[in-house]
Write a protein that binds this ligand. Structure first.
Ligand code: DAH
Length: 341
């Protein structure tokens, strides 16, 4: 009987030495220590042994059981330690590796110019007034003194919605009527930034969508001298103190008189080059004294009130500043372009 116990012990120990998996360890336990294991059978059969053999066999059987339980616990601890070690080396994090850089976004070049323009006008007391992109024919044209069939409509063709008379604005000028109707008869000093749309052949010089910044000052005793002084101040702040400017007579239906503002070409210093098309000057905005009809449409008595207005294109200003030769870059979403700003 004792020999049998020794055999049980050695076999179990040998089997345990080959156990590498948690599941096999479970099976080993059932087989060698479980209810129907050989060892349990020996323990169960103790009472059938001759009385004098019982103490010795019982003692040894219990020793074997304790030894196997201890061996099981040791093996289990070893397996767990190995598993942990493997997991640690498999999932190792090398904290000394430099992190992967997350590409930082930045402001779009047109937005950068817009913010610069806002800041300049803010210093001069002009509020930002937001006006809608979807307009009516009345606001985009009629109320700005551009009746149907007026030839000036040709330069402002646009996209029409399926609702008759509702369109995408071709310029920020309709905002003039909206702000005047809201504020009349109070004096006004606002800029009106936003997207404009035109039905155009897309080319290096024309896009179907672009920003404008409109400006409007209305009050008593506002003269053309105010227009010139204010716009000159803007040009100096935007392009530097030394910039030379000139006002050139122009025509817009909503202003009278009208003028375009040029700055001296900063590429050639006025001598004439490819950028200024040999004129020495670069056009930066359109402007004029608000037409009496427009003042009236806005709710101001043109006998008492006057005002000046202007409109500029931030993309155009950005193109001049950075010598960008193709306006299509602005919405092409090409990182090679955008990352330069
Ligand atoms: N709305 C004009 C355009 O889109 C720009 C403009 C010219 C606006 C003269 C004005 C202005 O307010 O006085 O071409």
């Amino acid at each position: 009987m004792i020999e049998n116990l020794e055999l049980i012990l050695t076999r179990a120990q040998q089997a345990l030495a080959g156990v590498e998996q948690e599941a096999d360890l479970q099976a080993w336990r059932v087989r060698h220590l479980g209810r129907s294991s050989e060892l349990s059978q020996v323990l169960d059969g103790l009472k059938e042994l001759p009385r004098e053999q019982r103490p010795a066999v019982g003692k040894r059987a219990n020793e074997v059981k304790t030894a196997l339980e201890a061996a099981h616990a040791a093996r289990q601890a070893k397996l767990q330690a190995t598993a942990l070690e493997q997991a640690l080396s498999r999932e190792r994090v090398d904290v000394s590796l430099p992190g992967r850089r997350i590409p930082l976004g930045r402001m779009h070049p047109a937005t950068q110019t817009l913010l610069e323009v806002y800041a300049i006008w803010r210093e001069m007391g002009f509020q930002v007034y937001r006006s809608r992109d979807v307009e009516t024919d009345a606001f985009n044209f009629e109320l700005l003194n551009i009746p149907a069939y007026h030839p000036a409509r040709d330069q402002w063709d646009t996209f029409y919605t399926t609702t008759p008379g509702v369109l995408l604005r071709t310029h920020t000028s309709p905002g003039q009527i909206r702000v005047m109707r809201e504020r009349a008869p109070e004096p006004i000093r606002v800029i009106l930034p936003g997207m404009c749309y035109r039905y155009e052949q897309i080319s290096a010089r024309s896009e179907i969508q672009f920003n404008q910044v409109e400006g409007l000052a209305v009050g008593e005793n506002i003269t053309f001298a105010d227009l010139k002084g204010t716009l000159n101040a803007f040009a100096r702040r935007m392009f530097g103190d030394q910039v030379q400017t000139r006002f050139r007579a122009a025509h817009f239906p909503f202003t009278e008189p009208s003028a375009e503002l040029d700055i001296e070409c900063f590429v050639c210093g006025g001598a004439g080059c490819g950028v200024c098309k040999s004129t020495g000057w670069l056009e930066i905005l359109g402007s004029g004294m608000v037409h009496p009809t427009v003042l009236l449409n806005g709710g101001y008595d043109p006998q008492r009130f006057s005002g000046f207005a202007f409109g500029m294109g931030p993309e155009r200003l950005t193109m001049l500043k950075h010598r960008i030769e193709d306006i299509r870059y602005f919405w092409a979403n090409d990182l090679r372009f955008l990352e330069q700003f």
